[in-house]
Design a protein around this ligand. Structure first.
Ligand code: NAD
Ligand code: TYD
Length: 357
């Protein structure tokens, strides 16, 4: 049976994937109310959502998932019947230099969100309810040259980021097993696309190439990631939210493995022509640097359960998706300049006067 929520609480909706999800979901479900709870860390940018300003079904609330009172109030006031939980600290390198906030947001924040959701769901004010935890293939650890992660692969997280996501995933599982709460859990591979913060590999490459800055490649550049367009991720999340059985876990992936150095070369080459530079010119910016500590060698995700159960498969080819992404960054240099200068942080204050909503 299809579950169609009437009032969604999206956490972390001002970030990369959350904002793409809100655009995609609201376009396909114009009658659904969406409340976006985001505390606007460095990664949250309301400019990702300007197209929705004035939409009566969309509401932004500046607040922390770790603030139980705010969460409880929103769940009750908005009569929330589904939580889609993106809010997190998401960058592996930052988790190595400062792990504490990762545990606070990703583990404790998720527990508080779960607990308030449990009380709300058990109060019976909504007929049906879902809590969808957005997670990552990184919880499964690292692969050798062959094989791929399935939903049964044991969790073996290696970085403080992935360990904190694994902790959250286990709490979500525990709320289903212990309380019977209708939770769902998706684990997706590396996303790329518009509104991606330029600390992550692909937007960092585009930004540095445009500005003729070095392109740092960690270690030997032979680590492998599976890349999925963020809009394909958004469509998969919607399918799981509406169709999956409570308690289910689904992997989401693009069947699109790339060695880092091959991605770097590709992005360099695609930008040579677009920037009016000679063939091979951008590759001269490539700089091999010291490896990331504990750098997972290879991620590869088996998403056949999602395809066979729910009929999802990616719509983007990588060729189309990466070309469109590069063109989006070239056309949105103002967005990139705002993000890299930090000016976007002032946007909220100019729009909302700096007060809490
Ligand atoms: P992001 O860093 O771009 O955005 C995170 C958002 O969460 C930001 O808007 C931030 O302000 C908000 N946030 C952080 N702490 C918060 C708190 N305490 N309360 C409220 N809001 C808070 O992240 P992303 O890349 O969009 O990732 C979103 C989710 O998807 C994360 O849970 C991540 O683990 C998961 N994921 C990401 C990828 C990827 O490739 N980026 C892949 C798989 C899964
Ligand atoms: P990243 O985008 O940080 O995602 P994740 O670590 O979650 O997979 O990195 C993708 C890959 O690119 C990863 O193997 C690390 C590597 N990388 C570089 O080589 N140089 C860089 O500057 C960055 C940010 C990442």
């Amino acid at each position: 049976m299809i579950f169609v929520p009437a009032s969604l609480l999206v956490t972390g909706g001002a970030g990369f994937i959350g904002s793409n999800f809100i655009h995609s979901y609201m376009a396909g479900n114009p009658g659904c109310r969406v409340t976006n709870l985001d505390c606007l860390t460095y990664a949250g940018n309301l400019k990702n959502l300007t197209a929705l300003e004035g939409n009566p079904n969309y509401r932004f609330v500046k607040g922390d998932i770790g603030d139980a009172a705010v969460v409880a109030r929103l769940l009750a006031e908005q009569c929330i019947d589904a939580v889609v939980h993106f809010a997190a600290e998401s960058h592996v390198d930052r988790s190595i230099t400062g792990p504490e906030i990762f545990v606070r947001t990703n583990v404790l924040g998720t527990q508080i969100l779960l607990e308030e959701s449990r009380k709300h769901w058990q109060s019976g004010v909504v007929a049906d309810f879902r809590f969808l935890q957005i997670s990552t293939d990184e919880v499964y650890g690292s692969l050798g040259d062959t094989g791929y992660f399935t939903e049964e692969t044991p969790l073996a997280a290696n970085s403080p980021y992935s360990a904190s996501k694994a902790g959250a995933d286990l709490l979500v599982r525990a709320y289903h097993e212990t309380f019977g709460m209708p939770t769902l859990n998706t684990r997706c591979s590396n996303n790329y696309g518009p509104y991606h913060f330029p600390e992550k590999l692909i937007p960092l490459l585009i930004h540095n190439i445009i500005n003729k800055k070095p392109l740092p490649v960690y270690g030997d550049g032979l680590n492998v990631r599976d890349w999925l367009h963020v809009r394909d991720h958004a469509v998969a999340i919607e399918a799981v939210l509406k169709q999956a059985a409570p308690g289910a876990v689904y992997n989401i992936g693009g069947n699109n493995e790339w060695k880092n150095i091959d991605i770097v070369n590709l992005v360099c080459d695609l930008l040579d022509g677009r920037l009016g530079r000679g063939a091979g010119e951008n590759r001269t910016l490539i700089t091999f640097v010291k490896d990331r500590p504990g750098h997972d060698r290879r991620y590869a995700i088996g998403a056949s359960k999602l395809t066979s159960d729910l009929g999802w498969s990616p719509a983007y080819t990588f060729e189309q998706g990466i070309a469109e992404t590069i063109d989006w960054y070239l056309a949105n240099q103002e967005w990139v300049a705002d993000v890299t200068s930090g000016a976007y942080l002032a946007y909220y204050h100019s729009q909302y006067g700096g007060g809490a909503l």
